[in-house]
Design a protein. Sequence first.
Length: 342
Amino acid sequence: MDDFSPSELKTILHSKRANLYYLQYCRVLVNGGRVEYVTEAGKESLYWNIPIANTTVILLGTGTSITQAAVREFAKAGVLIGFCGGGGTPLFAVNEVQVDVEWLTSQSEYRPTEYLQLWCRFWFDDDLRLDAAIHFQTERLKNLKEIWGKLSKSRELEFPVSLSQLDGVIQSFEQRLADSNNSNDVLSTEASMTKALYKLVCQATNYGDFTRAKQGGGTDLANRYLDHGNYLAYGLAATACWVLGLPHGLAVLHGKTRRGGLVFDVADLIKDAIVMPIAFTSAMAGHDETEFRQQLVSQFQKYDVLDRMIDAIKAVAEQTGKTEQTGKPEQAGKPEQGSSKA
C-alpha cells in the first residue's frame, strides 16, 4: 500500500466524516502503521482499528492511555483529541473551553483565516454581535421545528409532541427576538422558551414533574442524560469552531461568564432539537447511559448535526461580517477551510 501524506488524510471534509469515538479502559497506539485501540479480554489483547481519515473526534475516558505515535497520526489526519471522565461528563481539566473536556488540537496543519477575519469585522460592534446572536437563535428555531416534527412521526421514538403548541412557543420566541435590544433580552427570552419546551417534552413523554437541576446536580435520569447529551453537543460545537478556525472566546451570546462561550452558542443550535427529546425518551424507556449515548449519536448522524453547525457559523460570518467589499465578489458556500489541503 502506498503511504499517504498528511494533507491527503484530510481530504474528507470534517462535516462528512462518519466517526466520533468515546473510548474507555483501553490503550490507543500505532500497530503496523495503523492507529488502534487495545482492550483486554482475559489473557488476550484485542486490537480494533480506528479509521483516522474518517474520524472527527476521539474522546478518551476513564482508564485510557495513548502513545506519542498515535497522537502524531491523529494530528496528521486533523482529528481532535479530548480527555474526559467516564461517560464524557466529570470535569477533569479545562484549556480553551470549559465544557468538561480538555481538547488537544493539531499543530501540524494550516488553516486559512477567512472566517476568523470575517468574525472579527463584526465582533467588536455591539449591534452586529447582537445580530449574530439572533441569527443563531433563528437557526435554532428552524432546527427545532424541523426535527421535532420528524421525531413526532418517528417509529423509533415515543415522542408524540403537540406540534401546534410547539408552533405557539416558536412564534412567541420569534416575536420576542425581534423586540430584543441587547444580549440580556435574548438570554431572558431563551430561558423562557426552554422552560416552555421542557413542559412540552414532559407532556409528550408522560415524564411528570421536572425541574432542571444545575450541572451535575440532578439525580433523576432526565437531568443526567441532559448533562451527558449536552457535553456531546459541546464536543461537536468545538469541532465545528476549530474546523473554521474560530477561537472559542469570540462568543456572540454566552461570552460574559464563559471564556469558551462560542461553543455554547453553537451547541444551542441542536441541544433543544435533539438532546432534549432523546434524554426524556431514553429516561422513560429505562435506557442505561450506553444505550442513551448510542441513541443520541445515531440521531446526531441522522440529522447531520456537524453540517448544520458549520453551515450556521459560515452563514453568520458571511452575512454579518461581509460589509462593503470592493474588488472580490462574495464566495458563499465554500467547503470548510479546516479540511483543505495544506
